[in-house]
Design a protein around this ligand. Structure first.
Ligand SMILES: Nc1ncnc2c1ncn2[C@@H]1O[C@H](COP(=O)(O)OP(=O)(O)OP(=O)(O)O)[C@@H](O)[C@H]1O
Ligand SMILES: [Mg+2]
Length: 563
């Protein structure tokens, strides 16, 4: 008996001709379709295509676990295909492909890029014997080196280090990143833009010039504020509380006015007190006659503070950039010395290699017959760049087969960018009929996921803005194929709302902690669990009895008791 029969829609996707993008929901069979595509390419089952040898196919995804799953499925599909093949010659070819399957590039995108650097170390500018640091080792290495460099810079009285560590500490506080994280992010962002440490200083100078320009706006804003307050105080016929507030303001206005007239880009931060004092004395915006004037005054005060802040940020920008540039150069030196390549470097260097050495790109474009990518929603622009450099701009180029689900794009913190997945691209046909049947989960879970997605991803009436926002449409609705069981399928753990005991807003970090603790406690007694942060009070799911109930909460976790 066949290992698994593809449905019509899966078959259409797996055997579609040309470059294909399959966008479909969770558990709808995307990875299965990709594995079937891989074997169809080996077997020559795709119309108009000769069979491809394993070494001419690359199948990549993002985690080791997903890679292992993909590899296992490819092997299973191939074994099944061999068992079903009746023609002796074709069977022999498939058995040969099975024997040499190890030559196929079935790997994470990081390992795929590492392979290119090993093949072309000279062109890539890396030590031929480089050691790859995995994600955790890279983080430890970079944090350790950065901490040492910051300590040296503080001892050397470098202004950027003193300012940054003074303001944020080395490791940061609950609500803000520390000096190490800020600097590594800055250095990492520059590298991801393909820039070396030499670029950080001049680019900061451009930013500083823009920030300084805000200072020139202060005199006009100041004059506008004085004029608006003058007009407000001259307004007659105001009664009630507003009258009392205006009378009080009239008394202190001459002093405030003098202070505001003197306020300039070079004033001390304490001089901002005149603006706060004015703000505090303004009447509440209830009186219709002066409501518009008060809103204008608010706006001008806000602009004044922002212009002042931006102007004052210019020197700090230059100092911190100088520190970042020095540390970036030091990190490069240490990496060369220790002959290591960090996890991010693998992608950045491979991208640079293909970009700067078209002859290398051409060789891969010729030798690779097909490139398959799973979980494409997790791509960042650098990874997408590697795929594009290999597949765009006409022949020769491997055929591209991409699967993913924009609703599952969850690696923003690692740089994944869902706009990359959603961006229209020239060589890809987007399949008109996405897969919509879910075979993995019980109906109550599928219903629940449909409701949560439809609610939290509902379109906001702005079709063009926020390209990063995933918008729900009916084609995202999954249909459950498994039969409903009688045991509960979804359980909700409800946590406290978004405020702590004093009514203060709880930080996302604190809320995550509470959620993680609740899930950890609960998972000790349940078989598996997943979590979701419910952010709305109006969320509802279709009623499924006690198995599926949503309780409004800012922090809610639910467990899928039975998948
Ligand atoms: N035609 C089919 N018949 C039976 N089972 C199937 C079929 N297609 C997929 N499945 C099973 O459904 C489950 C989900 O499939 P798969 O993992 O390929 O989905 P996916 O879309 O890649 O999910 P995810 O979005 O989580 O990556 C797997 O257990 C798979 O074996
Ligand atoms: Mg999958």
């Amino acid at each position: 008996m066949a290992r698994l029969e593809l449905t019509g829609e899966q078959r259409d996707a797996a055997y579609a001709a040309g470059n294909v993008l399959v966008r479909a929901g969770a558990g709808s069979g995307k990875t299965e379709v990709l594995a079937q595509r891989f074997v169809a390419l080996l077997a020559g089952d795709i119309a108009g295509r000769e069979p491809l040898a394993p070494e001419r196919i690359a199948a990549i995804t993002f985690t080791e676990k997903a890679t292992a799953d993909m590899r296992r499925r490819i092997v299973e599909v191939l074994d099944d295909r061999i068992a079903r093949e009746g023609d002796a010659a074709r069977r022999a070819a498939l058995v040969r492909a099975r024997r040499t399957l190890g030559l196929a590039r079935i790997s994470t995108i990081h390992a795929f890029c590492a392979g290119m650097l090993r093949e072309y170390p000279i062109e890539a500018g890396v030590d031929p014997g480089f050691e790859v640091l995995d994600e955790y080792q890279s983080m430890t290495f970079l944090e350790g080196q950065c901490r040492d460099s910051i300590a040296d810079a503080v001892r050397g009285e470098k202004p950027g280090a003193i300012r940054l560590v003074g303001a944020r500490g080395l490791y940061g506080f609950t609500h803000q990143m520390g000096a190490i994280e800020v600097l590594l992010k800055l250095i990492g962002d520059a590298a991801r833009l393909g820039r070396s440490h030499d670029w950080i200083r001049p680019s900061a100078e451009t930013t500083a010039a823009l920030l300084r320009a805000f200072g020139a706006e202060i005199p006009a804003l100041r004059a506008q504020l004085i004029e608006l307050v003058g007009k407000l105080l001259a307004t007659r016929g105001i009664g009630g509380n507003a009258k009392q507030d205006l009378d009080a303001l009239r008394v202190i206005w001459p002093g405030l006015r003098r202070a505001i007239e003197k306020f300039s880009a070079d004033s001390e931060p304490s001089d901002l007190e005149a603006l706060s004092a004015l703000d505090a004395e303004l009447p509440a915006k209830q009186n219709q006659t002066i409501k518009g004037m008060l809103a204008e005054i608010d706006e001008v005060i806000k602009n004044l503070c922002q212009s002042y802040g931006a102007y004052r940020a210019a020197p700090a920008t230059l100092e911190v950039a100088a520190l970042a540039a020095d540390i970036a150069a030091e990190l490069e030196r240490r990496k060369r010395e220790e002959r290591v390549v960090t996890f991010d470097d693998l992608l950045i260097f491979a991208n640079r290699l293909l970009h700067q050495h078209p002859e290398v790109a051409l060789r891969y474009r010729r030798t690779l017959g097909a490139l398959l990518v799973d979980e494409y929603q997790d791509t960042d622009p650098i990874q997408d760049g590697v795929v594009r450099l290999l597949t765009e701009h006409g022949a020769p180029a491997p055929e591209l087969f991409v699967v993913g689900d924009e609703k599952q794009s969850i690696y923003r913190f690692r740089g994944a960018d869902v706009t990359v997945f959603n961006r229209p691209r020239e060589p890809l046909a987007i399949l008109p009929r996405p897969l919509c049947e879910n075979r993995r989960s019980l109906p109550a879970i599928v219903d629940f996921v449909n409701s949560v997605s439809a609610h939290s991803m509902r379109p906001d009436g702005d079709p063009d803005g926020k390209p990063y926002k995933v918008k729900w449409s009916e084609e995202h609705r999954l249909q459950a194929i498994r039969l409903a069981g009688d045991a509960p399928a979804v359980e909700l753990i409800v946590g406290p709302n978004g405020q702590d005991a004093d009514g203060a807003k709880r930080s996302a970090r604190a809320a995550r902690r509470i959620e993680a603790d609740a899930i950890a406690r609960h998972s000790a007694i349940s078989r598996c669990c997943c979590a979701h942060s419910a952010t709305s009070r109006s969320m509802r799911t279709p009623s499924r009895g006690p198995a599926c109930r949503v309780i409004p909460s800012k922090v809610a976790a639910f467990t899928a008791a039975r998948k």
